[in-house]
Design a protein around this ligand. Sequence first.
Ligand SMILES: Cc1cc2nc3c(=O)[nH]c(=O)nc-3n(C[C@H](O)[C@H](O)[C@H](O)COP(=O)(O)O)c2cc1C
Length: 377
Amino acid sequence: MADLSTVFTGIRFENPFLLASAPPTESESNIMRAFEAGWGGVVTKTIGLHPVVNVRGPKTKFFRVPSGSASPSMAKQPDSTLMASWNWELISDKPMDWWIPRIERIKKAWPERVLVASIMAGSGNDKELAAWQTLVEGVQGAGADAIELNFSCPHMDRVDMGSNVGKDPVLCSVSTQAVKEVSRVPVWVKLTPATANIVEEAEATFRGGADAISSSNTFPALPLIDPETTEFEVHVDGYVSSGGLGGPAILPLSLAKMAQLTQAFPDREFSGIGGISGFDQALSYFLLGCGTAQVGTAAMLDHAIGPNVIRDLTEGMAAFLDRNAGRGWSSLADFRGLRRANVVSQSEIGRPGDAGYHGGYEEEAEGYAAEVPAPHG
Ligand SMILES: Cc1cc2nc3c(=O)[nH]c(=O)nc-3n(C[C@H](O)[C@H](O)[C@H](O)COP(=O)(O)O)c2cc1C
């Protein structure tokens, strides 16, 4: 089999595929099974200092579209296709003290596989910034190979947590800097896609010292309202709050965010997430410049940790390298970023014949009809 190994933020990966921070990585047994199945790395479910309590009832549901219809619903229906996941699950309901011995045991059993610890704290004051540092010291002491800062969870009420950090360039920069003061391992930052220009938050995060950016987390979304009952398809006592959309529906949205990032920072490292269920989708992220790819929804639906997904990813990549051996491609480094420069502005896209378009600006040869000279006399 082809050599799928790669180096990302200085860490060697057997293959560039990781389970994203989500239910597949919420326990020691899941992570052990994931490594057995062949995942190159895992990002743990996000770890905080204190336990959290989730809502009553289901935390994740799936939008499906019946065959031949464009009417998504969370209701069980025969012969339907997955469109997206929707969740309002908080971070790990187990705090750091629960995770530390488990990270130690996982790393002891799988020293060559990569364990990235996802962490989250508040960012509003020095006490909160110290909480980030306590988390870093805990997880890196236990053996985590890298840390991913969660600036992207869309369900946090606190204005200085989760995606509210990722929406504020100052908090992005200050929190990353606090982490970098004590970290001895690479620091990845997972940004929210729910901002006007993700390049601004990325710039602040790199200024704070981040080694890589992961994108995307889920996109803010609501369940639909059932036309029969006029209640939301997911609710508790009739109420719902904004959750996050993942899976196939967000693949093109997430690629657009990634293209902005890799173009703005062509020399930086990026981990692509969003709508990946096999190698074909991961390839889009690689061709835009990503050095690793992460999977959430697809793995949740495949025996909880994605044994078939990782098989498709690794076999798909090996077959792709084989097919393209004639182009001199023998590793990810040979094709990474190949299509980064192919995302351009509208006016740079070819038009029929010699017609030109100048982005809506008035200019000669605009593409509109030439001005007709005023008739004399
Ligand atoms: C049920 C669920 C729980 C998640 N929990 C976390 C989390 O704790 N921390 C985090 O950074 N991302 C979390 N995510 C986001 C995923 O890591 C991933 O960014 C997102 O689902 C998009 O990838 P996908 O399309 O492969 O699902 C969660 C996603 C789901 C579906």
